[in-house]
Design a protein around this ligand. Structure first.
Ligand SMILES: Nc1ncnc2c1ncn2[C@@H]1O[C@H](COP(=O)(O)OP(=O)(O)OP(=O)(O)O)[C@@H](O)[C@H]1O
Length: 294
């Protein structure tokens, strides 16, 4: 069987002597879409940050993280491959992490920086192939008409779709999404989750997405890994996580895992007309270097 694309063994992480994660082990295979479910403080963000090397596990523990068959860290020491692995892995954050005053197009082009020579990135001169790739990504996520707007003028759902386009332009093989819908309204949440599921299904991108609410795991993720107080309490088919099972696993915290609006089916992302982006000249690209350097 193929090597897992995410491989976590006996992961331990504490902050100021308090365990945030204890003995966490799991594997994710290429092409899976997995929900990381848990109430507030259960360790979801900490785990995702350990996966991309933004946190180190506790020194002296047997903690191992491997991504795409390469080591990220072991026993609290980062591997030299971390930077290279980050270019093959995209992290999507709750707060989108776009540069507000750059156009959506230029934010998305940031995904291509790891492929380009420094002089091009400093001059903001992106090759036509990268611009076409960015325009296609914006079209795919349904926000092509917004390509030349400032990122700050987009709605939360549109900003999150821009962040996902950046991951597409990057060519990420794995998307680690840290509560990507936590600040979105229900409709935008469903569309963003449907989009992640579409990319997983159609492009084979492996997705690990942390979620507060089980409804979204049901709608989009065949498998759920549930965390409670920093430990895995369930790892299996999402469909087997009924209300009784969740109550058993989470006790009084269970209410946090249900959307008060209830379970509704996920809408397919709306297909919008082709981008004007392909027709636009380079004019705004020159602002990119200044903004990135600031
Ligand atoms: N940088 C930090 N310094 C100190 N404690 C931290 C830090 N980051 C996380 N923690 C603690 O680790 C535990 C797990 O936090 P984490 O943010 O990973 O949980 P979470 O499941 O992502 O929560 P939420 O859903 O609220 O974002 C919590 O007790 C939190 O207070």
């Amino acid at each position: 069987m193929a090597e897992p694309i995410i491989d976590v063994q006996s992961l331990h992480k504490s902050f100021n002597g308090h365990a945030a994660l204890s003995d966490v082990s799991f594997q994710v295979r290429a092409g899976e879409m997995v929900a990381l479910l848990g109430a507030s403080g259960s360790g979801k963000s900490t785990l995702l940050r350990l996966l991309n090397g933004l946190h180190r596990a506790d020194a002296g523990t047997p903690s191992v993280v491997r991504l795409l068959g390469q080591p990220v860290q072991q026993g609290g020491r980062l591997s030299p491959q971390v930077r290279a692995l980050r270019s093959r892995t995209a992290t999507i954050f709750q707060q989108f992490n776009l540069v507000d005053r750059l156009s959506v197009m230029n934010n998305v082009l940031v995904g291509s920086l790891h492929r380009l020579p420094l002089w091009r990135t400093l001059l903001g001169r992106f090759p036509a192939s990268e611009r076409e790739r960015a325009a296609a990504a914006l079209h795919r996520v349904g926000i092509a008409p917004c390509a030349w707007q400032r990122a700050s003028t987009l709605s939360g759902g549109q900003q999150q779709r821009a962040a996902i386009s950046r991951a597409l332009v990057q060519g990420a093989e794995v998307i680690l999404a840290d509560e990507p819908i936590a600040s979105l309204d229900p409709d935008a949440s469903r569309r963003v989750m449907a989009l992640l599921a579409e990319l997983n299904r159609e492009l084979g991108v492996t997705v690990l997405v942390s979620l507060h609410q089980v409804e979204h795991a049901f709608a989009s993720c065949p498998r759920t890994i549930a965390l409670r107080h920093g430990r895995i309490v369930y790892d299996g088919p999402t469909r087997e996580l009924d209300a009784n099972r969740l109550a058993e696993l989470y006790g009084s915290q269970v209410d946090e895992l249900f959307d008060p609006a209830g379970h509704r089916p996920v809408a397919a992302p709306q297909a919008l007309p082709a981008s004007e982006a392909l027709r636009r000249p380079n004019a705004l690209d020159t602002t990119l270097d200044t903004a990135l350097a600031a």
